[in-house]
Design a binder for this molecule. Structure first.
Ligand code: ADP
Ligand code: PAZ
Length: 411
């Protein structure tokens, strides 16, 4: 997959005079590299200062008046195509922070925040190809930092999805914790979150997004993840799944609360159909697989929520990426097993939780003399938390490469 060009509209192009990129952060996972960066080329306070009306420095901005306006960019690459990612960073000079304008930027001293297993695996490659060092942030810490940030700072970030209905959830900042965070990446991690930086990884499963894509590719010969998803939209899982009704002669097993349409055994019909793989339609195989994996994750999530008495479960990770059928299946599983007690919630920037957490971690270190702080910390970043300061794209979803306007307020 080639990354689309990130649109850096108008005067926020870092290659234009005064253009500036800051806070590049990476989450290098088993399947995908997620990248977040902020671009701006004008300082609102400078503008106000020039107009003679008011002049505020970065440190003296307030919550009613933005210090900076710019764009937050979200980009993803396949991890297997990491060279495309390196080329993208190099071409756009994303790694140079505030040093794009220098003829000889001090590249060997520049440090970029990175998380995910790939921050360890590919550290040498980044050094070799771009000359930069990766400052490794813990993956779970970043996930929690990212989701807490989104839930608190972004208007209409969390929503429920059931029976085709999306409903935004009003987040009460004083009543957010505890909750269960389920990150469905290549594998699945489940974390009990009790506060900012307060969490425990309570469970996980190796049957996750990588399983769907890996097994799906083998079963259907799909060439891309998007193709597999598209197939699953058109499929009918009942062709392959053994339903309760198939076992009970079309009847419900009502004594234990199982309707005739419930799946008794995923892929179970394949044992008696006397068919070969090629006799099944790829779309039906894709649908059964998606249902099986989503159901399983929904059920394990519910069991962990039950274990700790948690009523809210937030799902993240690129497996979901706004995919309605996966969300619906997960929600139904949580609803069914919890008898309506627990709620599955999703996030609009679900795939970028870790990258956002790494991005925010620029702020957590105190001032020191390293170049990372000079080049990548042009403003106090907790300031993003001052209310609903990130606008969403008009359609509310983020694609492969997207950016959102945002304002930075001094904290
Ligand atoms: N374009 C894509 N290419 C590959 N996998 C994708 C794509 N879009 C969504 N996915 C799904 O997202 C999963 C990866 O999710 P992610 O949160 O990025 O995990 P990781 O950090 O392990 O890379 C894949 O295993 C796959 O199920
Ligand atoms: C090892 C991982 C944390 C890596 O994160 P990922 O790249 O999958 O997002 C994750 O794949 C995981 O939690 N796997 C499940 C391992 C288990 O608990 O069985």
């Amino acid at each position: 997959m080639d990354p689309k060009e990130v649109e850096i509209p108008g005067n926020s192009d870092p290659n234009q005079p005064g253009g500036r990129i800051s806070h590049l952060a990476l989450d290098i996972g088993g399947s995908l590299i997620k990248m977040v960066y902020f671009s701006t080329n004008y300082d609102v306070d400078d503008e106000v200062g020039r107009s003679g009306k008011k002049s505020l420095g970065v440190s003296s901005g307030n919550r009613d008046h933005p210090v900076l306006k710019g764009r937050l960019h979200f980009v993803k690459f396949q991890t297997s195509k990491i060279n495309d990612c390196l080329e993208f960073i190099k071409t756009k000079q994303l790694h140079l922070g505030g040093y794009q304008h220098l003829e000889a930027p001090p590249i060997d001293k520049i440090i970029i925040k990175a998380t995910g297993g790939g921050a360890h695996k590919y550290a040498d490659l980044f050094k070799e190809k771009l000359g930069i060092s990766l400052d490794k942030e813990d993956e779970m810490n970043c996930l929690v930092g990212g989701v807490n940030f989104l839930l608190k700072a972004v208007h209409q970030e969390a929503f429920t999805y059931m029976d085709g209905q999306k409903e935004f959830v009003q987040i009460d900042h004083n009543d957010l914790y505890p909750y269960l965070l389920v990150n469905i990446g290549s594998g699945v991690s489940m974390l009990k979150v009790d506060g900012d930086g307060k969490f425990e990884r309570v469970s996980g499963t190796n049957v996750g997004g990588g399983t769907f894509w890996g097994l799906g590719r083998l079963l259907t010969n799909c060439k891309s993840f998007d193709e597999l998803l598209e197939l699953s939209h058109r499929g009918n899982n009942r062709v392959i799944d053994m339903l309760v009704g198939d076992i009970y002669g079309g009847m419900d097993y009502s004594k234990v609360g199982l309707s005739s349409t419930a799946i008794a055994s995923s892929f179970g019909k394949a044992i008696s159909d006397n068919k070969e793989l090629e006799d099944y339609r790829p779309e039906d195989l894709a649908r059964s697989l998606l249902r099986m994996i989503s159901n399983n994750i929904g059920q394990i999530s519910y069991l962990n929520a039950l274990r700790f008495g948690l009523k809210r479960i937030f799902f993240g990770g690129f497996f979901i990426q706004g995919h309605t059928y996966a969300m619906d299946t997960i929600s139904v599983a949580v609803h069914f097993w919890s008898k309506g007690e627990a709620k599955a919630m999703f996030s609009r920037h679900e795939g970028f939780l870790g990258a956002l957490g790494a991005f925010r971690s620029y702020d957590k270190h105190g001032p020191d003399d390293s170049l990372v702080h000079q080049s990548m910390r042009p403003f106090p970043f907790t300031s993003f938390l001052a209310g609903d300061k990130i606008c969403s794209p008009p359609n509310g979803e983020l694609n492969e490469t997207e950016s959102v306007d945002c304002s930075v307020y001094a904290s």
